[in-house]
Design a protein around this ligand. Sequence first.
Ligand SMILES: *Cc1c(COP(=O)(O)O)cnc(C)c1O
Length: 481
Amino acid sequence: MNYISTRHGSALGAGGSPAPLGFEDVMLAGLARDGGLYLPAEWPQLSTADIAAMKGKPYREVAYRVMQPFVGGAFDEMTFRRLIAEAYASFDAADVAPLKSLDGNLHLLELFHGPTLAFKDVALQLLGLMLDHTLLQRGHHATIVGATSGDTGSAAIEAVRDRRSIDIFMLHPRGRVSEVQRRQMTTVLAPNVHNIAIQGTFDDCQDLAKACFNDLAFRDRHALTAVNSINFARVMAQIVYYFWAALKLGAPDVPVAFTVPSGNFGNVYAGYAAKQMGLPVSHLVVATNTNDILARFLETGAMTISDVVPTYSPSMDIQISSNFERLLFDLYGRDGRTLADAMTAFRSTGTLKVGANALGGVREVFDAGRLDDAGTLAAIADCRKRYGETLDPHTAVGYAVAQHHRRDPRIPMVVLATAHPAKFPDAVQKATGERPALPPRLADLFQRTERVDGLPNDIAALKELIDDRMAAREQPMRVRI
Ligand SMILES: *Cc1c(COP(=O)(O)O)cnc(C)c1O
């Protein structure tokens, strides 16, 4: 399987765009050097018979069959099966992603049974193991630098804690993540985990992380790598549960619809990928909170940036959905050069428009809806009263939006449950009057010791800290990738 950049053929970067890459290099690189996002040159195809043959198989088996074409020869069969089994052994549900029926045709796909209680574990647990495997095999060491507003940070830290081949520096805005989220990061005391609280906002953290990558000497010195949602390996691992849920509901004989609480468009893009691979997905509903740039795009064909508003579903408080570029690539006829120009114009003008034909094509597959904070609390209360299920605020946005986008009531609708309610106890308590309890594996979270460094919003200070820390670490494999 070869991968190309969404901006391939563009004039950006010395000597134009790099040649197509294999899976391991795409996984290690994260972002392409021309500024684009990697995706497979062609979508692997699963026939109706291939899909039918996965019916009744355990999650790990479905995962192997769906992902194998993407990794190609990167891992041998035994190795890849072992990595998958190990990744999902850390989940507290035997079938990894349980599907719960609310009523006859409305279902919840629970993706929060991993170590940090959000769907990001599904991809990151596997990515951490795949990265470590590849790095050890090459005798290399890599350094992850990332910024988080909450969920990504803890999921990435859990994914690589205690791995010999990787150090992780995770920046979070001091005082601006919830206590559960902060403790999930800062109580991991592994020697390769470095938490940094920045005096600033999430955007400041993201700018600092980006500045590290933009300093090429620094980037090469520490072999920086990114595991944020633009990493294609994450999209790949997320495709699996669309197949998994659809198979349970009768695919390939029955089409299935999905509603996905969305921020960076990574999760719902994986649903689009599943459809491109042959899964009968009737349509995908993009559910947003008040930060509704995606919903506005689907209504008007224009993407226009506005200010980010804080909501009860903070992991969706995003204006520029990084993965959306992968969908735009298809809308621009897979022409990397035109897309690169459009993205450059978008960054400078704050607006991007697509034509009526392209918009019509998107609307065949995607619907969108939004829900504000009052609606989110009402949805949590409603689901609890009607079905006895307590939703987290992100899932609640999906649950409410889904009700308005059942194109055909006979088609099963699956709402992706992206976080455990105990991860966002304040909103849940407001809605239901009860504070959800942390699951047993995290019950002592508030008694655990924290370790975190504080820094001002200053790139020189950050680079100095990373340099010092890495110099002090025992480095059996200081070779750059
Ligand atoms: C990250 C996150 C989302 C948004 O997912 P995207 O892939 O960025 O669209 C939704 N809900 C929760 C709980 C999350 O952590």
